[in-house]
Design a protein around this ligand. Structure first.
Ligand code: PRX
Length: 651
């Protein structure tokens, strides 16, 4: 078949899953004996304090329970296991700071740090079942904070450092957090940005009485206002604490973390993950999708504020005793060769990043040939990964050729916050790759494509991506909202038992390979960041000037999609300079309400929005207008067709 790239023979020779026959054998085992299959993997890949006797309990479906009478501790699995299996002196983390300074910690040192911090948290009365919000940038301390929560059975909720005070406050309230772990400031691209000051602002917004402690990691030494009793430096909290900390042994279903993500309605959803099932898949996909080996230097460029930073920085790599690079900076500072330079510097062998980053670095290399990957020694690389959004074939090919030197398999990993780990991805030693396709589900993942009634569609025909059976690392609940969990992910229209991913997909007629065609709900993907259109609309209408707003995605060469907002003001429709000034004001408003990542790239003003006679906003028309195309669709149901002309014009 054309456009097919075979796994390099040298790679397959030592791969965990070396060929398609091995892949098919695993799939067949899962088909034949689902519980036996997962039970075996869970026994082989995790250390259990109390072994489980039940694999899967479906009695309260779709609230599934995995390995639920087993007990374990996630931080024990990620740290202590490495002290007992010869990895104690192995480098766990190579921290590459924004300015290029390098700090290394071994597994022994990381274990000690986590234990001291966990003891410090316990000394403040924090323990099993408490929720702790972590609002930090990329750092060894950020990962240590996550693992310390896991050690004492506290459920963490990491909030991405780019979210605003208001977004942080909403998450603190919803989670009912008892503590916030933060840093004085973060450093990005040579600039310092506040973190602790934003925590202060969030708590001052009100409703956060549950928060008793704010723990501050000193990153820059930048100005911090201490609120007595409540605030404590992380180093003071750890000072004098014992270097050992007895783990809290929790049931496999104990919530390890809550991570907020966007859905189709206005408020973010607190995706709740388990301990046992979640860790099993984070660890196993490190072995299967990344084929991790003891000598690898692994680097995932994600942030701990997103799920990728949970499964493929904090938990997966440590669970398998990997050496990983943690990167604080941005890909373009001090120049766009930063990623390639860092790979060369640390001899990175497995590199995992997002298509947006690849596309922006392609552009940068076109403008400035000195930052082209060919100027760097990337010979240490043996595997490349992509995550977060569809990768277009051009970007795939560039990545494969210019970064991977045509010798590294590219794993295009499709998954979601809710899935906990990879779902559909090539296996680097086995699966023939096709640029732009995430290929086949991992063994045991029963992905399928159905129509709107939940019926299977034939290959070659697009439809709705679903998963037919529960899997260990799946979302367990939406925090505080089981009804929303059920209606969002197991809708009655599809029969109530299929997991609805929220993406459209199509399978190839020849190969059965999956290609993701994008979200089918009102969720946008901007630079791999997931955002709800309703969330941005709510932020806009919260501005006193705004009467109504509709947000749509517009295809963007670099960021995948960009945000375009159509706004009706309470005052007369502005034009010229006035419109430009107001657009800027509203963009900054959204940054303050949600965070800079949610800023609309474009804002247009109209006297009204295109609506049907029943008052429904016709978003499909707005999508066409955002693209700058003229409307060829039927507009006969439109109440106010004249409005289209106004909205077609950029400010
Ligand atoms: O639309 C899919 C897209 O990202 C969504 C999940 O976003 P989030 O929960 O933030 O998790 C991102 C990191 C896993 C999906 O519903 N997506 C993710 N990976 C891919 C993708 N789309 C196409 N190809 C991928 N490899």
């Amino acid at each position: 078949m054309q456009n097919t790239y075979l796994p390099p023979a040298a790679f397959s020779a030592s791969a965990a899953i070396p060929d398609m026959a091995a892949y098919e054998a695993l799939c067949a085992h899962a088909e034949r004996d689902y519980q036996g299959y997962w039970g075996k993997l869970a026994r082989e890949n995790l250390a259990w304090h109390v072994p489980f006797t039940r694999v899967l309990d479906e009695s309260e479906a779709p609230f599934y329970r995995w390995f639920d009478d087993g007990k374990l501790n996630v931080s024990y699995n990620c740290l202590d296991r490495n002290l007992h299996n010869g990895n104690a002196g192995k480098t766990a983390i190579i921290f590459e700071a924004d300015g290029g300074a390098v700090t290394r910690v071994t597994y022994r040192e990381l274990h000690e740090r986590v234990c001291r911090l966990a003891n410090g948290l316990r000394s403040r009365g924090i323990g099993k079942g408490d929720r702790v919000v972590i609002y930090m940038a990329m750092s060894i301390e950020g990962v240590a904070a996550m693992l310390a929560c896991a050690r004492i059975g506290a459920t963490h909720s990491v909030v991405f450092g780019g979210f605003s005070a208001k977004a942080l406050q909403e998450r603190i309230i919803d989670a009912g957090a008892v503590a916030v772990i933060t840093a004085d400031e973060q450093q990005r691209g040579g600039k310092r940005l506040p973190l602790k000051a934003i925590v202060d602002e969030a708590l001052a917004l009100g409703g956060c009485a549950s928060v008793k402690d704010v723990i501050i990691y000193r990153r820059t030494g930048g100005g911090v206002t201490h609120v007595s009793d409540r605030d404590i430096w992380l180093h003071d909290l750890m000072e004098g604490q014992p270097a050992e900390c007895e783990p809290e042994w929790v049931g496999a279903e104990h919530p390890l973390f809550i991570l907020y993500t966007s859905g189709s309605t206005g408020t973010p959803k607190g995706v709740q993950h388990s301990s046992g099932g979640y860790l099993l898949w984070a660890a196993l996909t490190m072995k299967w999708s990344f084929d991790i080996k003891p000598d690898d230097v692994y680097w995932c460029t994600a942030d701990i504020g997103w799920v990728t930073g949970h499964s493929y920085i904090a938990y997966g790599p440590t669970a398998v005793g990997a050496t990983q690079v943690i990167f604080e900076g941005v890909p373009t500072y001090p120049d766009a060769g930063r990623f390639w330079e860092t790979i060369e510097k640390h001899r990175v062998s497995i590199f995992y990043t997002a298509p947006t980053a690849i596309r922006s670095l392609i552009k940068a290399a076109e403008l400035d040939p000195t930052v082209h990957p060919k100027n760097y020694d990337l010979s240490s690389l043996r595997l490349l990964g992509s995550v977060g959004e569809p990768i277009n074939p051009e970007a795939w090919l560039w990545y494969y050729r210019h970064v991977g030197g045509e010798r590294c398999p590219v794993v295009d990993t499709f998954w979601q916050t809710e899935t906990g780990g990879h779902m559909i991805t090539p296996l680097p030693g086995a699966t023939p790759m096709v640029p732009g396709s995430c290929t086949l589900p991992l063994p045991g993942i029963m992905a399928a494509i159905v129509d709107e009634a939940g019926q299977d569609v034939p290959n070659g025909q697009g439809g709705i991506l679903v998963v037919k059976r529960p899997w260990p690392s799946m979302i367990r609940n939406i925090w505080n909202n089981p009804k929303r969990y059920q209606s969002s992910y197991f809708p009655e229209e599809l029969g109530g038992t299929l997991y609805l991913a929220g993406d459209g997909a199509i399978r190839s007629k020849d190969t059965g390979y999956f290609t993701i065609t994008g979200r089918i709900d009102d969720v946008l993907n901007v630079s791999g960041h997931r955002m709800g259109t309703m969330e941005i609309e709510s932020a806009l209408v919260a501005n006193p000037l705004v009467a109504e707003a509709a947000v749509v995605g517009k295809p963007d060469e670099t960021t995948g999609e960009s945000i375009c907002a159509f706004v009706v003001l309470k005052q007369a429709r502005p034009t010229g300079d006035e419109a430009r000034k107001l657009a800027l004001e509203l963009r900054n408003w959204v940054a303050k309400e949600i965070g800079p990542i949610a800023k609309p790239k474009e804002i247009r003003f109209g006297d009204n929005l295109p609506k049907t006679r029943s008052g429904k906003i016709m978003r499909r028309l707005l999508r066409v207008l955002a693209k700058g195309e003229s409307i060829s669709q039927d507009v006969s149901t439109l109440e106010n067709p004249a409005i289209l002309e106004q909205l077609a014009k950029a400010v």
